[in-house]
Design a protein around this ligand. Structure first.
Ligand code: SF4
Length: 349
């Protein structure tokens, strides 16, 4: 099933869309718009903005008018905020129906979304599922997955009974395994587009692996249409990690240089790590795709070099330089960084 979020299609057969959130006060329209533009420039296709107060709703309308990508309103607790955001031009709203107590309020949101063609993401979050909170017991892992699924089934039925088909589903947990399991179960049961991510994943250095495992596993199984890597800090970092996940899975073309470096071992006879860092500095200035390999010896060196645009395969105190898979010269170790920089330059000529 496909939904259209401000002209951007989400669903079966469509590219996976990266999304993120602004992390400045929504009432600071200028800063918010600046951050949306930074995110869009980094490769983000959808940006979500928190709308907790009436003043934020007013600012939200102004922000939407100044941005050239679809904007999602992040709503909690308040039907009024949801309706204001829809009327202000939200392409989609993220709703956790579990924290909007009165079902009639959800019906009013559905009516407003129908009228404006707004998509609704039904977001079930492990930390806020009603049954877990009510029970206040240490629920075993599989039961938590079960409860999240039940919660999702309840809300999807609620929306379907009111003939609202423009849904995106998401179920999040801080736990990688539960996130994978609950999303598998939801994908099995429903055919709505799905938003993937871990919730509260942590600082980028801590969140990177767990998010990549959760999101990557599901995407590799064909589950997921839009992804968000939630990390504390600069949201552009979220987009960078998300792009790496998609590139690793072959869901997105690499737009920047790729540096292959062998892990090094007892066969190395040059300082591969130092050389790789020097090459990385050269590549930082380049904004086009190129594959460069820095390899420590002939075990895997020639093989990687054959697949790289530019490569070095090191030997004792020297390196064999390759361009386009052909070995073109032998250079002493101290001259390798400059020699590689020159070959990288030549590649683009
Ligand atoms: S390429 Fe050579 S030096 Fe590098 S890890 Fe492999 S065997 Fe070791």
């Amino acid at each position: 099933m496909l939904v259209e979020v401000g002209g951007l299609k989400l669903g079966w057969g469509q590219p996976i869309v990266i999304q993120s959130m602004t992390k400045v006060l929504t009432t600071n329209v200028e800063k918010c718009v600046k951050q949306v533009k930074e995110l869009a420039a980094a490769g983000c296709g959808l940006v979500r903005i928190a709308v907790p107060t009436k003043a934020d709703s007013e600012a939200f309308g102004k922000i939407v008018g100044k941005c050239n990508i679809p904007i999602i309103a992040d709503i909690h607790f308040s039907a009024a905020r949801a309706i204001e955001a829809i009327e202000a031009g939200a392409a989609k709203i993220r709703l956790n129906p579990g924290n909007i107590k009165d079902p009639e309020d959800i019906v009013r949101i559905i009516d407003a979304a129908k009228m404006h063609g707004t998509v609704i993401r039904v977001g079930v979050n492990e930390a806020s599922i009603r049954n877990v909170r009510k029970k206040k017991v240490d629920t075993p892992m599989d039961e938590r997955v079960h409860l999240m699924l039940k919660e999702m089934e309840y809300y999807v039925k609620f929306f379907e009974d009111r003939r609202f088909p423009f849904l995106v589903l998401s179920a999040k947990s801080v736990n990688t395994v539960r996130t994978i399991e609950v999303n598998r179960a939801i994908a099995e049961k429903f055919h709505y587009p799905m938003h993937l991510g871990l919730t509260h994943a942590g600082l980028p250095e801590d969140a990177k692996v767990s998010s990549s495992v959760a999101i990557g596993t599901l995407l590799a199984e064909g589950i997921g249409d839009t992804i968000r890597v939630s990390t504390a800090g600069d949201p552009v970092r979220e987009v960078e990690i998300a792009k790496e996940i998609l590139i690793s899975l072959g869901c997105r073309e690499r737009e920047e240089p790729e540096l292959i470096v062998c892990p090094t071992c007892g066969r190395c006879q040059v300082d591969v790590v130092r050389l790789a860092k020097q090459v990385k500095k050269t590549l930082k200035k380049i904004k086009k795709p190129i594959r460069v390999a820095v390899m420590g010896c002939i075990v895997n060196g020639p093989g990687e070099a054959a697949d790289a645009d530019v490569a070095v395969c090191a030997a004792k105190g020297k390196g064999f330089i390759y361009r386009g898979g052909e070995q073109i010269k032998t250079v002493p170790e101290e001259k390798l960084p400059d020699a590689l920089a020159k070959e990288i330059e030549k590649h683009f000529k």
